[in-house]
Design a protein around this ligand. Structure first.
Ligand SMILES: Nc1ncnc2c1ncn2[C@@H]1O[C@H](COP(=O)(O)OP(=O)(O)OP(=O)(O)O)[C@@H](O)[C@H]1O
Length: 508
């Protein structure tokens, strides 16, 4: 859609159209005033200033640039600054859940404050997309089976209307088999896209990242150019919750369009498969113990819905399930107050200029799995590892909408967050720890080991039957694994370059 139009000469007065809403551009958005006999609906999310006269009322409302999806001139022939503005209006639905409405209005801008080389509509679009995503080219990768088969409906009803309203260039692709997203990403023409948006659970972004990694250049070009994100259409939507702050697909789409490209650390997970060391990338988490078993081990109870997971965990706590293992860790710190200071400091730091990923950044530097443990790694004490029940390492704060499992996780601090619990803790205390996970307060509990780490090796010492290792929510071989952080690899889309706030970060 073209916004090309020569500007009005500055001296020229605009003829004020009586049939149009009159608007003023401000630094933060567009302020619209309306002479009307009818007062603005009191449920409106806009600021309303009105005298209570029922004869003639002036209503003013404000549309922040962030809410503007698109704008164009109503008539390219007329010089009267009439534009059509497409914007979102956040609303709460009947269940008090946040949602979006998309609206179009015709308005006349009375003060064109755009620079002389820029048309009025281009100026508004630049303000609406300060992070440079105007008309992005987006590859929509949709898992039609995601979210128990609801993904396509969510896409058509909640995502597509927002993308269309923002005049985005869409390429649509459905995954046809497991690991199809890996193949698509591996063969992707990087020059064609700005964003890969996975309309799925966390499984498809995991596959896309590994598809990039399987490219001949290990994904260097793709990781530098293309942002990988998720629009929530699955049963596990941790990436969307942690980056767009929402499980609602319309809101997440809007936030994605407004987000800032930011580098995110990845984790390289190495296992020995058929006598070869195989490394895959993980963006979210690795899990062993009762959480992995309650998630992957209860797939056959899918029909129960999300409660199957909670029931699995409760059952494991009350039967005293233990997952013996050996764990070796290279710590940054396991001191709770040092972690707090680290988060504080990191969030206050100026975001450094993006560095370009190189092949060296994607190489692992840790020992081989068969090598002995380096001197600067620590072995976790046997009294913990013989009675371990949760081993969970993560890089993003939210693992589900009511679970801030890693509230201290940061996008690019170069560390993973490790959480371990064991059955030396009473069942009552374990229950209280699990209940505090919804607010991310479990990390304050002295009985929870929480550490910032750069490397670890986990060697399960339990029979593989009915036990699982879950990586980014996917089932991996039940074998020893070694993991290290690869700093600032993935281009993500974050609000102001930060993860969604948690109980820990919101007060910083
Ligand atoms: N067409 C397909 N047929 C079968 N499996 C598929 C297809 N497309 C994707 N998959 C697989 O589905 C798995 C789950 O994908 P995703 O995470 O997007 O959905 P989900 O609803 O969150 O499901 P889950 O809870 O199983 O993780 C992935 O491992 C992916 O390989």
């Amino acid at each position: 859609m073209s916004n090309n139009k020569s500007k009005l000469s500055e001296e020229r007065l605009i003829y004020q159209r009586k049939d149009l809403l009159q608007a003023q551009l401000t630094n933060e958005g567009i302020s619209i005033s309306e002479q009307s006999l009818i007062q603005e609906n009191s449920q409106s999310s806009y600021c309303c200033f009105s005298n209570n006269s029922n004869i003639s009322t002036t209503v003013s409302y404000f549309i922040p640039f962030k809410n503007i999806l698109y704008t164009r001139f109503a008539d390219l022939e007329n010089d009267d600054n009439e534009i059509i503005l497409t914007y979102v209006k956040p609303i709460s639905d009947l269940n008090q859940k946040q949602n979006l409405q998309i609206q179009d209005i015709n308005i006349q801008i009375l003060n064109d404050i755009s620079p002389s080389q820029t048309s009025l509509t281009d100026y508004i679009l630049q303000k609406a997309y300060p992070n440079n995503f105007i008309h992005p080219s987006i590859l929509i990768l949709i898992n039609p089976h995601g979210g128990q088969g609801k993904a396509k409906t969510i896409y058509n009803e909640q995502i597509l209307p927002v993308l269309k309203a923002a005049d985005v260039n869409i390429t649509y692709c459905e995954t046809e088999y497991s690991e199809h997203a890996t193949d698509i990403a591996k063969d992707l023409d990087v020059s064609k896209f700005d964003i890969v948006a996975c309309c799925s659970g966390d499984g498809i972004p995991h596959e896309v990242i590994n598809g990039f990694y399987n490219k001949p250049d290990m994904g260097v070009e793709a990781f530098n150019k293309i942002a990988v994100t998720q629009l929530p259409c699955g049963s596990g939507n941790a990436l969307s919750l942690s980056t767009h702050g929402s499980n609602n697909a319309s809101i997440a789409t809007w936030q994605m369009l407004k987000a800032k490209k930011t580098k995110i650390d990845l984790m390289a997970v190495t296992q020995e498969i058929k006598n070869e060391q195989v490394t895959k990338l993980s963006f979210l988490s690795q899990c062993y113990g009762m959480i992995a078993d309650s998630d992957i081990g209860t797939e056959h109870l899918r029909w129960l819905g999300p409660i199957r997971f909670d029931l699995g965990v409760v059952h494991k706590v009350y039967t005293g399930a233990e997952y013996p293992c050996e764990v070796y860790v290279k710590y940054y710190t396991q001191d709770k107050s040092a972690i707090r200071s680290h988060v504080n400091e990191h969030l206050r730091k100026e975001i450094s200029k993006e560095h370009a990923v190189t092949k060296e950044d994607l190489n692992t530097s840790g020992p081989n799995l068969s090598d002995s443990i380096p001197n600067d790694w620590d072995k976790l004490p046997n009294e913990i590892t013989s009675k371990l029940n949760i081993f969970y390492v993560g890089k993003m704060p939210y693992v589900s909408s009511d679970t801030q499992f890693f509230p201290a996780a940061l996008p690019n601090d170069g560390f993973m967050d490790l959480i371990i619990t064991d059955t030396n803790t009473s069942k009552l205390d374990q229950t209280s720890i699990l209940l505090s996970v919804s607010k991310g307060e479990h990390i304050n509990n002295a009985k929870v080991l929480h550490a910032k780490i750069t490397n670890y090796r986990l060697i399960p010492k339990i029979d593989a039957k009915n036990h699982y290792i879950s990586i980014d929510g996917e089932n991996f071989p039940f074998k020893p694994l070694q993991v290290e952080v690869l700093p600032k690899i993935l281009t993500g889309l974050l609000q102001d370059g930060k993860f969604t706030d948690t109980h820990l970060t919101k007060n910083i």
